[in-house]
Design a protein around this ligand. Sequence first.
Ligand SMILES: Nc1nc2c(ncn2[C@@H]2O[C@H](COP(=O)(O)OP(=O)(O)OP(=O)(O)O)[C@@H](O)[C@H]2O)c(=O)[nH]1
Length: 446
Amino acid sequence: MFLDQLKQDYAITLKSVTQSTRQQIARNVCQIKAELAESFYEVMLSHKEASQYLDNQVVQTRLKGSLQTWLTKLFDPNVGEEDLDNTIQTQLHIGEVHGRINIPVHLVSRGGRVLKQEYLNRHSPSIEDFNFFSQLIDTALEIMSIAYHKNSERNSREEEAYRLFSITQNIGREKEFQRAALLDWENELLYSYAEADGKNKVMRITQSEFGLWFRHKGLHAFEGAPECSQVLEQMENIDNNLLPTLEGDARPTIKHIRELRAALKNVLYCVDSLFQRSEELEAGKDVLTRLLNRKFLPAVMSKQLEMARRRGEKYAALIIDVDHFKKINDTYGHDNGDRVLQQLAVLLTNTTRSGDYTFRLGGEEFMVLLVDVDEKRAQMLAEKIRAAVFKESFQLLDGQTIDVTVSIGISVYSGHPDYQYDLTRADEALFKAKQSGRNRAVLATG
Ligand SMILES: Nc1nc2c(ncn2[C@@H]2O[C@H](COP(=O)(O)OP(=O)(O)OP(=O)(O)O)[C@@H](O)[C@H]2O)c(=O)[nH]1
């Protein structure tokens, strides 16, 4: 309904000036569009809140250009009433992107204000001209804000659903797994000190299997629980205060070891109580593979993106597609096809770390989100997955085994504020992997 009203207003605005005035305004905009983009992003980047969302390099290489394209299209004098549905769709799409990357609406409005001010300063337009310019900018921003609100409402519902889901996905197994990971780390640590007289530097707990899981998944799953900050504090205490006392030439004293064990016991106690808080909840899993369902993608990706932005920890998306899966279905039947997908899901879970995420995107397409990696490591892990699938004997219902291969497209966080941008790059890389013969992993470039 709002949109119908906006469409009518838009049409009235277009007719409010003559065609030659529209052409003149379009020329004006074209002449100064680079300066408009410059001022827009200068203000955005100097604004504390806005600069959190925007990476300087991406602004230079991409966003300034996109803003200029948007202005050119918005003021294109050939856009008539019959094109308005398209124009509106474009603005809705931009609003959705803003919602996805959490740019607050008031900042976008601020951007609009900057554009108008800049246009006024540079062209000293007539009232009629300036009114037209303002009306189009305001209407476009109004349409964007409709999509923004819809999208952010959906995001918060999905985030809540994901939070519930992630704490309850195989909760018993997860609990035992994380307890074991923590105790393994402790054993390794003590063993290494006993053996090497403290000369070895041991992996920090925050970087351990448990630490990665807790920081990337546990914190999100148990969000708001008081034990979360206690676990974080204890881990920092261990890494920054306790471990250094055990390293170096001096032999660790029994007092140091006791302190470390007490801190670890505390972490274990908190973890147990976090798990106790949660209840089993089955909804939301992919029925066939029990992996994360596609609908949790926005919640997970937004969280990782925020972490990447705040802490500089990159992540990678691996889009994994079974090669010639149709042939497997056609040759051995759909049930055997299902069985292959289930075995692949288990293999993916086993070849990744517990801090990583594994999704079934749909059909025979999966996605692994690797946390805390760079290009080199992402490529190595993708290759590890590819090789593991290649080596695996997939078992069919009648006991016979078949070989299966996968193609993988890899993209590493590029700094772009919209996670969809990097997912599309991974998709394009997957396409290349298929084109160049399948059974390979290709890293997206550019
Ligand atoms: N058994 C089973 N098959 C599925 C499922 N979802 C999708 N499919 C089938 O997966 C097949 C995918 O085939 P295509 O998209 O042609 O791809 P492909 O044969 O794997 O070929 P490439 O990807 O190009 O290597 C289709 O035949 C779908 O019917 C599912 O849940 N179970």
